[in-house]
Write a protein that binds this ligand. Structure first.
Ligand code: 5GP
Ligand code: MN
Length: 328
């Protein structure tokens, strides 16, 4: 594991700080995915088991993906804008920058102290204490290490949620980040007695009908370019309206584009709140995070995202040009 220069604390330092404080707000990022929620909830259950006052916040007041709605503790999460309680320690997980914590930035600013535990490289340190390891397949693997330091007997809910983070961020242990450490962590988590088949069915086979219909449109619109090395597709606001789809229904669409044989880079665009949200994936060593960052977004080398404030047609053209240049 290689941490970034922003790392200034160890897991032991963080566990010690958690042990000696009582009130926590645990926050993730906008459009929370399985690793974000899994990391938040794994820590939440551990702190609760220690008798701490822990609160998990959703950065935005939006429903999460159907496929993640089974996670234990999700029903206790509150939108950050509605959290008016105390915040002794702010803990940001799976989130590297202030922009990505949305409405929770107000909680971060009034916290007595703050901690970041993440696997996204960022130029700056968002919190007082930080542990950032971009080599970690999921943020939830890092959280699990802290949970083990905190609890002699980690609650099974923590193992369950940490596993959801790991299995989702590795795409079911298929992506480039699935290394030996990821399998070691998986093996350990499984040994706690979590029901793997149940998690897999929920996570990978519980799409809403609207999400599948969006995928049909996505596949229909795929354009292959850059000499066959890249593919792009998109969904429009009108598609969401017509199908009764919500934002979360669009999260898995990038995987359909990514699955195309022969391409190195996949891109999925969607109209959202009058802007265009983009997801990028690379299937080899190509670092597509440079493109996401050039648009003000970020993420990992093989999986990143961004938002463009321009019409969809212009966004398609702009992103295509950047991908062509990168692969050129
Ligand atoms: P997705 O395409 O699934 O939305 O995101 C892929 C990865 O990139 C995730 O790790 C996500 O946290 C990160 N990411 C997505 N959008 C943004 C963004 O606008 N800014 C930053 N910094 N990271 C992003
Ligand atoms: Mn993650």
């Amino acid at each position: 594991m290689t941490t970034t220069p922003q790392t200034n604390a160890s897991f032991a330092d963080m566990a010690e700080l958690m042990r000696t404080h009582d009130n926590f707000v645990i926050c993730g990022h906008v459009s929370p995915d399985g690793d974000c929620l899994g990391s938040q909830l794994a820590l939440y259950h551990a702190l609760k088991a220690l008798g701490k006052q822990a609160n998990c916040v959703l950065v935005r007041d939006e429903p999460v993906e159907d496929s993640l709605s089974f996670m234990p503790g999700l029903e206790e999460m509150v939108p950050a804008a509605q959290y008016d309680g105390f915040c002794d320690v702010f803990i940001g997980v799976d989130v590297p920058t202030r922009e990505r914590v949305g409405a929770a930035v107000e909680i971060l600013d009034r916290a007595q102290t703050s901690i970041t535990i993440d696997h996204h490289a960022a130029d700056q340190r968002m919190c007082d204490l930080a542990y950032v390891d971009p080599d970690s397949a999921s943020a939830s693997m890092l959280i699990w290490e802290i949970v083990k330091l905190l609890c002699d007997k980690p609650p099974i809910e923590s193992a369950f949620c940490a596993y959801v983070g790991l299995v989702t961020d590795t795409g079911g242990f298929r992506h480039q980040n699935s290394d030996a450490k990821a399998f070691e962590a998986a093996s350990e988590l499984v040994s706690y007695g979590i029901d793997l088949a149940h998690i897999s069915t929920k996570v990978f086979d519980s799409r809403s009908l609207a999400s599948l219909k969006l995928e049909a449109l996505t596949i229909d619109r795929i354009e292959v370019f850059a000499d066959g090395l890249a593919a792009i597709s998109w969904v429009k606001q009108g598609d969401f309206d017509r199908l009764g789809a919500i934002k979360a229904d669009a999260e898995p669409l990038i995987d359909a584009v990514r699955s195309l044989s022969g391409i190195r880079v996949a891109c999925m665009l969607r109209e959202q709140d009058g802007k265009v949200r983009g997801s990028l994936r690379s299937k080899d060593q190509t670092d597509i995070s440079v493109i996401a960052r050039s648009f003000g977004g970020g993420g990992h080398k093989a999986a990143s995202g961004f938002t463009l404030d321009m019409p969809l047609e212009k966004a398609i053209e702009t992103v295509r040009a950047q991908i062509e240049e990168l692969l050129g």
